[in-house]
Ligand binder design. Sequence first.
Ligand code: HEC
Length: 109
Amino acid sequence: MMRRIFGLLILSIAISTHLQQTLAEEAQMILGKKVFLELSEPQCALCHTLADAGSTGPVGPVLDELKPTAERVRTAVTKGIGPMPANTILTREQVDAVALYVSTVTSTK
Ligand code: HEC
């Protein structure tokens, strides 16, 4: 009996931990899209085409084709690259979110 209760307890902790992680990632994806479309300055969407965000910016590479890793997005955003300006207003959390968002929505296609 005790073993069974203990087993159930472990199971429910495992499920809730998994759920929390999923929810946290979901929240980060939502924030990332918002950074891409609104919070960045100038906005990523003005320069980049990204199907998931519905953007058709013609200046930078088409992100759906480039399929950058999260690390590559983070480096481009924090340091700037070529004519792309380095970010000066986004928090680290926002940069992480946009890196996760862009790498995730482009890697599934
Ligand atoms: C003013 C236009 C402009 C804005 C705004 C802009 N980019 Fe770019 N981006 C570019 C251009 C141009 C390049 C190509 C630079 C090069 O290769 O010399 C680029 C390159 C990139 C790359 C590829 C980097 C690499 O390693 O080749 C990524 C990823 C990227 N941008 C993501 C973003 C994200 C995310 C944002 C918003 C936070 C953003 N960009 C905002 C113009 C822009």
